[in-house]
Design a protein. Sequence first.
Length: 251
Amino acid sequence: MPYYAAELDSDDEGSVEYNWENDDDDVLSSDMDRLRIRGSTFCVNFSPGMQIQASIQSQRSVCRDYVTCGLTCIEKLCKDGPSDTTLCTYCHRRPKVAGKDQCGQTCADKAKIACLLCKARPRNGRYHLCGRTCKRIATKSTPLILEIPKTHTTYDMVEDKFKSSWSAGATNPLPKISKIFKIIENNEFLMPYDQYKFVISVSSSVYLVLNTALKEAGGSNRKLSVPWNRSSVPTRDIDNEALHVVDLFGV
C-alpha cells in the first residue's frame, strides 16, 4: 500500500535525515496542490502554466520526496498501491532487480528502515511511520493492520524478541514465524479497551486488599476467588506502538 518518493538517483536527498516535525497536512496540502512532479501513476497529467512552473522550481526542495499532486493521490497510493508492479517498491522509478522488490542495493537498504505505511520515506526515529501525514492517513482506517516485510529491521527486532522470550521447553519447540503485523489504532477505537483495563486494575487492587485482610483475620487458607482469567487481558505499550505477532503457525 505504498506511495513513492521522487528519487532521481541513488545519491539524492532520499538518504538524508528529514525533520518530520514539520510534516504537517495543512502545509503539505497547500504546497502539493501547486506541484506536479513526474513519476506518479495516479495523478492526472496536465500542462503547467508559467506560474505553476515557477512554483515547481521554488517548492521542489520542500516536497521533493513526493510524486503525487496532493493528499488525495497520496491516500489513494497508500490504500491501493502502485499500478505498475514491475517498478522498485521504494523509489518507484526504476525496474526491480529479478527476484527482488527493489531496483538495487541503495533502495534495498532504504527499504529496511522505511515507513511501514508508505514504504517510501525513512521512519521517524523509534516510530514505525515517517511523520504526521502517514499517521493521519493510517488512523482514518483504524484498526489498520500492516504486514511488516521480512527484510525490514522491525521484523528482525520482533522475531528476535519472540525467540528470546520463548520458554516452553523441548516439549513445545519454537514455532516458525509466518508473518508479523503492525496494528494501528486510534483513541476512539481504544476507549473500550482503556475502560476495561481501568476496571480490571481497580478490581484487582480491591481483591488484593480484601484477600490480605481475610488472611490476617482468619488464616492463610481463606481467600476470595477472582471471577476472570487474568491471562486473557490484552496488552499494549503506553505509546500505542505495540507490535503484535500474528499467524505464527502459518494458519
